[in-house]
Design a protein around this ligand. Structure first.
Ligand code: COI
Length: 354
């Protein structure tokens, strides 16, 4: 059983850091020198260690590959102006990770491995945190089933890993979004609220079709009527109607409870906007657009941060926006970035010191 005495750490003999162009970092392409690996079997976490980033060995019968018992999180670390490393709201991602684990019939990962392991891993690779505007060190914790058995059942053994990727913005330009009315991401009672790998695998065909039509992503709608808005492929979605921010509610369990979503709603409230978390239909959105009430549309996510939408297309109806006029989204993004990089006081205790 993993104790509190600390993780075994094996350092890389040579760093790869000089091979990386820190001015050009596509999302999730490069990984730091180290990773954390923990193994679960016989009902407990047996080992956890930090070691050089390297390939994993696996059986062709690995349960995760066949039936998708696999979950993940996305978190980001930043440097403040003194060069100290901070992580944005990792406890919230830790809690969500274990909610996903429960839904997928996987074991809980203890705080000592997830948070303390992450802290030690970042401490070791903190030189990899980019300093450039809109760049960050993306933290990817994940867990998957490792039984070498192809019977359909919850695995008895699992691997939990954390890898780190210095990264630029996910969407570098305002997005064109296609409102989806054929395919479905999630239905009540399903796994829409969980961050399981299959939610993303299942979305790829619809987003690829949207790309072929010239769109960056889809905006998912409900499974029954295809009219109630859910979330965008990799983000939650928000709309500004005058002095109100409207966003789909979490009640049905069909969308992800985004940490950036929660942070954005908190900051928008502080900026004086009224927050409405509720059902919102594509018809209401089109009416608000036609009457000039809908002034801004944007996505929120760890990878995407605050990503403005410049076009929303539903059937033959196209809604165009000029993101350079997005007062709330622009101010929100600046406030959030300033908190993350220590330029603004962290009054919500969101920043976790490494
Ligand atoms: C994130 O925002 O961290 C995500 O997990 C979304 C995506 C990159 C899969």
């Amino acid at each position: 059983m993993v104790g509190t005495m600390g993780l075994k750490v094996t350092k890389a003999t040579k760093s790869k850091i000089n091979e990386i162009d820190f001015d050009n970092l596509p999302f999730g392409k490069y990984f730091t020198d180290h990773m954390l690996v923990a193994d679960y079997r016989d009902g407990e976490w047996k080992s956890a260690e930090i070691k050089p980033y390297q390939p994993l060995m696996m059986e062709p019968s690995l349960a995760a590959i066949h039936y998708g018992q696999s979950i993940f999180e996305g978190i980001k670390a930043y440097k403040n102006k003194e060069g100290e490393a901070y992580v944005f709201r990792p406890m919230d991602n830790f809690k969500r990770f274990n909610i996903s684990a429960a839904r997928m019939e996987m074991p809980e990962v203890p705080e000592e491995i997830f948070i303390e392991g992450m802290r030690q891993l970042i401490e070791l690779d903190k030189n990899w945190i980019p300093a450039k505007q809109d760049y960050a060190l993306y933290i990817r914790p994940f867990m998957f089933a490792t039984d070498a058995v192809i019977g359909v059942k919850p695995s008895d053994s699992y691997k939990f890993l954390i890898i780190l990727s210095p990264t630029g913005p996910y969407y570098s330009a305002p997005m064109k979004i296609y409102v989806e009315e054929t395919y479905t991401r999630a239905a009540p009672g399903g796994v829409g609220f969980a961050k399981n790998a299959g939610n993303y695998g299942g979305s790829l065909h619809a987003s690829a079709e949207a790309k072929r039509k010239g769109y960056d992503q889809v905006l998912w709608t409900d499974a029954f009527e295809h009219k109630w808005l859910q979330e965008v492929g990799t983000m939650n979605v928000m709309f500004i109607f005058g002095d109100k921010v409207v966003t789909p509610s979490l009640e049905e369990g069909t969308i992800l409870e985004g940490v950036t979503r929660d942070s954005a709603l908190t900051l928008l409230k502080e900026m004086g906007l009224t927050v409405e978390e509720r059902r919102i239909s594509i018809d209401e959105l089109m009416e608000a657009y036609k009457s000039g009430k809908l002034t801004e549309a944007f996505g929120t996510g760890t990878a995407a941060t605050i990503s403005p939408i410049k076009e929303l297309k539903y059937k033959d109806f196209v809604m165009n926006f000029d993101p350079s006029n997005f007062k709330s989204a622009i101010q929100l993004k600046k406030t959030m970035t300033d908190i993350k990089t220590g330029k603004l006081a962290d009054t919500h205790e969101w920043m976790f010191k490494v």
